[in-house]
Ligand binder design. Structure first.
Ligand code: LMR
Length: 327
């Protein structure tokens, strides 16, 4: 019994005391799945922690757990509801079991670039979508964090979509992404981000689609022939918390925290293009190969994937799709 009690005491102290936080400070855990030092989400999460820990010293203490070390893709939303974590920034492609509206962010070629996506998130429809999760579960969207446009990598060079025929691609848990892969005559396999490198290495899947920052920091280029500059989809995050957490703060603390969160979001989005460009260069420097498409080749990708929009028109809403595309 005494061994069991000691184990319980250790478990309790491990979860409630932290090396970096002073006693009396409220520990705020931020869990995410990305890694490295140059990734936009890593930089934004660390900058939030730095600012809160300095400006709200003695009150809040943010601890960041990157690389799926606290919770991975499949558990983090549930953990937020249970109060085991207070801050997350999952990809908008991972909310399919709560809402189909975020599918608009996944539509292939709906945004030309990140500036286009930022214009949409600043529009009235974009702002309304930020609150979408409140209706479902008491999640609170604090802001959109852009990550980058996405590119396909595979075990052999992909120049036109028919090169992907018969291959298996890892996707996030997004129905739009699955249909997009099927439109290429390939098969999608939904998988947690932490498992992608191993799955590419062992041949469980043949390819994947991601940003320069994820391909570089997770070293996917090491276990793929090359990356093709398809620029076909956006990757963006919902920087979020729970209403339980926000409501547990005093009004003054809540306002200060939300103001810092807003400023960190603005700053992160201003520097994301430069981070993506730097990680593209990092891939080349590390020996990775990038295939650049001619306008004709790119048109083949657009023609193959864009018909997917029609399949999701009733789930997402025609008006919302137009609003995103025209932003
Ligand atoms: C993925 O699962 O590929 C990405 O959403 C990971 C991330 O958070 O950037």
């Amino acid at each position: 019994i005494s061994i069991a009690l000691t184990a319980v005491a250790l478990a309790v102290s491990a979860s409630s005391v932290s090396a970096n936080c002073d006693s009396g400070e409220r520990v705020v855990k931020f869990s995410h799945v990305t890694g490295g030092t140059t990734h936009p989400k890593v930089v934004a999460a660390n900058s939030l922690a730095e600012r809160v820990n300095k400006e709200m010293d003695g009150k809040l203490c943010v601890e960041v757990f990157p690389n799926s070390t606290l919770f991975g893709d499949s558990k983090e939303l549930e953990a937020l509801l249970l109060g085991d974590v207070q801050l997350l920034a999952p990809s908008l492609s991972k909310f399919g079991s709560y809402t189909s509206k975020y599918g608009v962010f996944d539509l292939p070629f709906v945004f030309n670039d990140m500036d286009h996506a930022i214009r949409f998130t600043n529009s009235s429809d974009g702002k309304e979508l930020l609150r979408e999760m409140e209706d479902y579960a008491g999640f609170v969207g604090l802001g959109y964090w852009m990550s980058g446009m996405k590119y396909f990598s595979a075990k052999k060079p992909l120049t036109v979509p028919s090169d992907a025929s018969g291959m298996k691609f890892r996707v996030q848990t997004s129905d739009v992404a699955k249909q997009m892969i099927r439109a290429m005559d390939a098969s999608p396999q939904a998988m947690a981000f932490s498992e992608v490198y191993g799955a590419l290495q062992t041949g469980v899947v043949d390819g994947q689609e991601n940003t320069w920052s994820n391909i570089y920091t997770k070293k996917f280029y090491e276990v793929q022939d090359s990356v093709t500059e398809t620029n076909h989809q956006l990757l963006a995050y919902l920087f979020m918390t729970s209403s339980d957490f926000l409501n547990s703060l005093s009004k003054a603390d809540r306002e200060q925290f939300v103001a810092i969160a807003d400023e960190v979001t603005q700053k992160a989005n201003q520097s994301v293009k430069a981070k993506e460009a730097a990680n593209r260069a990092n891939i080349l420097k590390a020996g990775g190969k990038i295939n650049v498409l001619t306008p004709e080749q790119r048109k083949e990708w657009v023609d193959t994937m864009k018909p997917v929009w029609k399949q999701f028109e009733s789930d997402i809403g025609k008006d919302l799709i137009e609003s995103a595309n025209n932003a």
